[in-house]
Design a binder for this molecule. Structure first.
Ligand code: FES
Length: 147
């Protein structure tokens, strides 16, 4: 059901942890399943020099977080913003269709962390606003209250 790469990144996830002095931190969640991903970015001169994550979620969410952090390291923030959940899933050799939604967390976490970085730099983030941490987190909390 899962590719070898998915299993590898699930069993041996890369870049797990926190970056205490991260320039961008983003947390997103899936209101339906309650899984949460938090991403930390160290950014120097517009280039992502380090990325770490913490994911409280399913195996596909862990594997896509791991792959996403590997894919964005060394990229500029503009390049990282172009990475889609589909690209992350493809880099893992694909995901079962029923688990594709799990890869959304990886794309959204990247965008939320970069959005946080932009805000801290005073750069307008209107185009990223719908992915900002606060709103996503509020959605999760609301979904939980509704249960
Ligand atoms: Fe929630 Fe996979 S089931 S992210």
């Amino acid at each position: 059901m899962y590719s070898e790469k998915v299993m590898d990144h699930f069993m041996n996830p890369r870049n797990v942890g926190e970056i205490p002095d991260a320039q961008g931190v983003g947390q997103v969640g899936n209101p339906k399943c309650g899984d949460i991903m938090k991403m930390y970015l160290k950014i120097e001169n517009g280039v992502i020099v380090d990325a770490k994550f913490k994911t409280f979620g399913c195996g596909a969410a862990v594997a896509t977080s791991s792959m996403a952090t590997e894919m964005i390291k060394g990229k500029t923030v503009e390049e990282a913003l172009k990475i889609t959940n589909k690209a992350v899933a493809e880099a893992l050799g694909g995901l079962p269709p029923i688990k594709m939604h799990c890869s959304n967390l990886a794309e959204e976490a990247i965008k939320a962390a970069i959005s946080d970085y932009f805000r801290k730099q005073g750069i307008p983030t209107d185009h990223l606003e719908d992915l900002a941490c606060g709103r996503r987190c509020d959605d999760i909390h609301k979904a939980r209250e509704d249960d």
